[in-house]
Ligand binder design. Structure first.
Ligand code: G16
Length: 544
């Protein structure tokens, strides 16, 4: 087998976004687009010769082809070993778990997360470092820098490997281990949660649940853990086979895209509990019977009830949330005397806090919740955590959340997304806001008074790294907020996200529709940014 060094020209558009490089499949299919980016990753790493790499993806279209290329490039570049999930599959949290458990040098995960899959849809690739978490900005900046200068890449000339059979093979001098994608992850879950109690709870026939895997990666994980290990009824896991195009579904677990599950949970004879996960298994949506738990509330409820799960019985060291996530968890932290950190959007910003032992739980409004058990957000983990809390408390989801609001107040929250907006116009909108926001302090807008306005900047408390321009914040007296930012995960045009929040302490006012409770702030947001005028849109594409 020959190592070939192939001359190449750089692409100028390989800047990783919020979570790796995401583009249309057809972009990645143009040789050497993928090859360049993979070589740029390898070139920007030091000390990996002879070490192990974890490799897997969410099974989306082009996953298998891309894996064969990456395997041959890893061999040509001197990795000693690759651990690859059978069938090329590994959920994002499972990849993080495997990197940590086997102390590998890092990992490459192929996924465009919750974006649709298929020949005309999205593909993505991201590099995770040895702590199991997404590469921090210093690393992704280096990869990007390298991708703009790259002149050659290395690849082994070899036949494709059979990735469907467990066991060890070789690719040149490199060992390839095809591992079961579920085993290590399931074992970790068994250490964190009370599987005996859950077996009684789910096997009793008195608790009915559905898990919607959205034809994506979590199907095999959820079937094994919920149905085989914990005895939930067969059929608990819906859409449980990972398909390359997700069966045409948009694997984003929210009220819009998981509508089959939502209809079940809001219909006659609804189950007690419903949950869904996304393309690569790191997001989660939690539903009770006719009740939706916002991701921000979910984080707060888990933080307040953490000690009910054996893995967290000794308590939580601290919590963190991304800046646009609601401040519900801040109130829990305050009541429990815990440190609470506010980071920019992107799971990578939690890594240092988790590694330094300053936080145990963290989460984001974008349906992400996680803990120090891995360094990624983790969809099925959140579901098991909720089930553990439900089993321990013996109350319904709704009762638990309402009791939480009574104690801490309710943070009404909504996010309005304007998708596929002309990128230039979206950038102009942000630039104008950036200029004016500082001057808003002290101004009265409707019944609100602005406390401060800024463009969020974050100084990492562990390594001192500074990340600027992380979202425009308008902060009102009393804690209400309006936040504007552009998504870093889209593949076409720009997505403007407007996040709106307000705290309501009065239990008599906890029953309102968030769109109604937040109506004035929603109107103010539109006026402040001129969303309609500048984007030409009269309403958001997605409201969560
Ligand atoms: C990624 C990141 C998350 C982020 C989300 C949305 O999630 O890991 O931290 O909150 O994107 O980002 P944006 O608002 O920039 O689109 P995932 O599940 O797509 O990997």
């Amino acid at each position: 087998m020959n190592i070939k060094t192939i001359a190449t020209q750089p692409f100028q558009d390989q800047k990783p976004g919020t979570s790796g490089l995401r583009k249309k499949v057809r972009v990645f299919q143009q040789t050497p687009y993928l090859e360049n980016f993979v070589q740029a990753i390898f070139d920007s790493l030091e000390g990996y010769q002879g070490r192990s790499l974890v490799l897997g993806g969410d099974g989306r279209y082009y996953n298998r082809e891309a894996l064969q290329i990456i395997l041959k490039m890893a061999a040509a570049n001197g990795f000693g070993e690759v651990l690859v999930g059978r069938g090329g599959l590994l959920s994002t949290p499972a990849a993080s778990c495997v990197i940590r458990k086997y102390q590998t040098f890092g990992g490459i995960i192929l996924s465009a997360s919750h974006n649709p899959g298929g020949p005309t849809e999205d593909f993505g690739i991201k590099y995770n470092i040895g702590n199991g978490g997404p590469a921090p900005e210093t690393v992704t900046d280096n990869i990007y820098g390298r991708s703009k200068q790259i002149k050659e890449y290395k690849i082994l000339e070899a036949p494709d490997l059979d990735l469907d059979r467990l066991g060890e093979t070789r690719l040149g001098a490199m060992r390839v281990q095809v591992i079961d994608p579920v085993t290590d992850y399931a074992e970790l879950m068994g250490q964190l949660f009370d599987f005996n109690r859950l077996r009684e709870f789910l096997g009793s026939g008195r608790f009915d649940l559905r898990f919607d895997a959205m034809n994506a990666i979590t199907g095999p994980y959820a079937r094994h853990i919920l149905e085989e290990l914990l005895g939930a009824a067969p059929g608990t896991v819906m859409r449980g086979d990972p398909l390359p195009d997700f069966g045409g579904a948009h694997p984003d677990p929210n009220l819009v895209y998981a509508h089959e599950l939502v209809e079940l949970l809001y219909g006659d004879g609804a189950p007690d509990f419903g949950a869904a996960s996304d393309g690569d298994g790191d997001r989660n949506m939690i539903l009770g019977r006719r009740f939706f738990v916002t991701p921000s509330d979910s984080l707060a409820v888990l933080a307040a009830n953490a000690t009910l799960a054996p893995g967290y019985a000794r308590g939580v060291k601290g919590v963190a949330r991304s800046m646009p996530t609601s401040q519900a968890v801040d109130r829990v932290a305050e009541a429990l005397g815990l440190p609470c950190f506010e980071t920019p959007t992107g799971w990578k910003f939690f890594g240092n806090l988790l590694d330094a032992g300053r936080i145990t739980l963290c989460g984001e409004e974008s349906f992400g919740t996680g803990s120090d058990h891995v360094r990624e957000k983790d969809g099925l983990w959140a579901v098991l955590f909720w089930l553990n809390v439900l089993a321990a408390r013996g109350e319904s989801v709704e009762a638990i959340v309402r009791a939480h609001w009574r104690r801490f107040g309710r943070n009404y929250y909504t996010r309005h997304d304007y998708e596929g907006v002309n990128a230039e116009r979206a950038n102009e909108l942000m630039a104008t806001l950036r200029q004016s926001v500082g001057g808003l302090a002290g101004r009265r807008l409707g019944s609100y008074e602005v406390a401060t306005g800024d463009d969020f900047s974050y100084t990492d408390p562990v390594d001192g790294g500074i990340s600027q321009r992380q979202g425009i914040r308008v902060l009102f007296q009393g804690g209400a907020r309006i936040i504007f930012r552009l998504s870093g995960t889209g593949t076409e045009g720009a997505t403007l996200r407007v996040y709106i929040e307000s705290h309501e302490p009065d239990p008599a006012r906890h029953d309102r529709d968030p769109q109604v409770a937040l109506a004035e702030l929603i109107r103010l947001a539109d006026e402040l940014a001129g969303v309609r005028e500048r984007t030409g849109r009269v309403k958001p594409d997605v409201i969560t």
